[in-house]
Design a protein around this ligand. Structure first.
Ligand code: ATP
Ligand code: MG
Length: 410
């Protein structure tokens, strides 16, 4: 396999930090060479609330991935989460340069600049300006307008923004762990890279990455995202409810949920009892499996209702490819069935696929964001000039290159 580049992805999640080192081949295949996952303690609902703890988690995850792979991590694609992430769609219209009356790259760039010029408060950072499509002299749905004869060019963009201070705190932590940032990528768009197919994105689909503290949501239509949001609920809320409802510790509740819980109450025998264990020792207490699962089902139903309302609020009529659930908490037994009932759409649970190398633990919904960050980086290479990346000077790097490339090849 001819190597094109070595990339790194770091998912700084509420429950864990995961660093992955991957090798991209010339034909775009991804091989995992290093992996480090450690529990995270400095975040709340996807946002850094303790710098020291977060730096330590990132440094630990990075060190593990380095030791496993023999590579030194210098720079990485880093995921951004948290409820402060917002999105909007903006159009930009320009007159095509009078010269030839043919759309040039410069016209495209000018249109994007106009679309980008919507008023975004100074306390927000623009993370992404994804181009959704072009309208050429009133003709909608043009994917590539270069070379077309036209008088007017209009671009439709999807802009993702985040709180500038939240981004700064994350950036600070990554820097303090000794890693430079290639590009900041919103978690939901990274997860989408890992679990959505091009066909699904064309048809209309949502990815909902249900983590510990948040749901990272992105809606796609005609091949590109049009709504990106983060909802402040996740698996930790389910665990909390179980702990409160059954008066147990969080650790016991987490184990009850993962080992015995389900959202599908029809599966449960009314008098089924579970013996509670603490640190592997029988604690001499039993709880009803039905009771545990009723608590879980209620919270998950409410979670899917939030998701349904958010999808409706996005103004989408139909998502023919439905909702793709991923993230650690999507593994809850019966989640897809309950999701289908509440959302009234096709729902399935998805995990990263199609990667090689050290993948044993990674083909799991918990790792969609981390794997997706590598795939995001790999697709940046696919549209670019690989030789330029390999010889990119320090401080240059693929993030900026990706932007440069996108300006060349819209
Ligand atoms: N087998 C399982 N069944 C049910 N829930 C699970 C299972 N495994 C993990 N979880 C839940 O998944 C959650 C962690 O998911 P994940 O690793 O995707 O979160 P994260 O990325 O750290 O958090 P976030 O994305 O919210 O910042 C926890 O709430 C955990 O209880
Ligand atoms: Mg996550």
């Amino acid at each position: 396999m001819e190597r094109e580049a070595v990339l790194v992805g770091i998912d700084v999640g509420t429950s864990k930090v995961c660093a992955l080192i991957g090798e991209v081949s010339r034909d775009g295949r991804l091989t995992i060479m290093g992996h480090g996952t450690v529990p995270a303690s400095g975040l709340k609902k996807g946002v850094v609330i303790n710098i020291d703890q977060t730096v330590r988690s990132i440094a630990d995850a990075v060190e593990r991935a380095e030791r496993l792979s023999g590579w030194k991590i210098d720079r990485a694609f880093v995921g951004v989460g948290g409820q402060h992430v917002e999105s909007l769609n903006s159009r930009g219209q320009v007159a095509v340069t009078a010269h030839h009356r043919e759309v040039t790259r410069e016209d495209v760039n000018r249109a994007i600049e106009v679309a980008r010029a919507v008023s975004i408060p100074s306390n927000r950072d623009v993370l992404h300006v994804e181009r959704r499509g072009f309208t050429v002299d009133g003709q909608e749905g043009v994917k590539d307008p270069l070379g077309m004869s036209a008088l007017r060019l209009e671009v439709e963009t999807h802009i993702v923004t985040a709180s500038a201070t939240a981004v700064q705190n994350l950036t600070k932590c990554v820097a303090a762990a000794g890693v430079k940032i290639d590009e900041l990528v919103v978690d939901s768009l990274a997860s989408a890279e890992a679990v959505l197919s091009e066909t699904e994105k064309e048809l209309g689909v949502a990815v909902a990455d249900i983590g510990a503290g948040t749901i990272d949501l992105a809606l796609f239509q005609d091949g590109s995202p049009f709504h990106t949001r983060v909802l402040p609920v996740g698996g930790a809320n389910v665990t909390n409810d179980v702990a409160i409802g059954l008066k147990t510790s969080i650790q016991v509740a987490e184990e009850l949920k993962i080992m015995h819980g389900t959202c599908d109450l029809r599966q449960i025998d009314e008098d089924e009892q579970i013996s509670v264990s603490v640190l592997g020792e029988d604690a001499g207490r039993t709880v009803s499996r039905l009771e545990v699962s009723q608590i879980i089902e209620a919270r998950m139903r409410e979670t899917f209702e939030l998701l349904r309302n958010e999808i409706r609020a996005a103004g989408v009529g139909m998502l023919p490819a439905g909702v793709i659930l991923t993230g650690g908490a999507s593994q809850l037994a019966g989640a897809a069935e309950l999701g289908r009932e509440v959302l009234q759409m096709p729902v399935r649970v998805a995990a990263p696929a199609g990667i090689g190398g050290l993948v044993d633990t990674l083909l799991n919904p918990s790792y969609s964001t981390a794997v997706g960050l590598l795939q995001w980086g790999a697709s940046a290479l696919a549209v670019g000039e690989p030789n330029r990346y390999e010889s990119a000077p320090a401080g240059g790097g693929i993030g900026r290159l990706r932007d440069a490339i996108r300006n060349i090849f819209p």
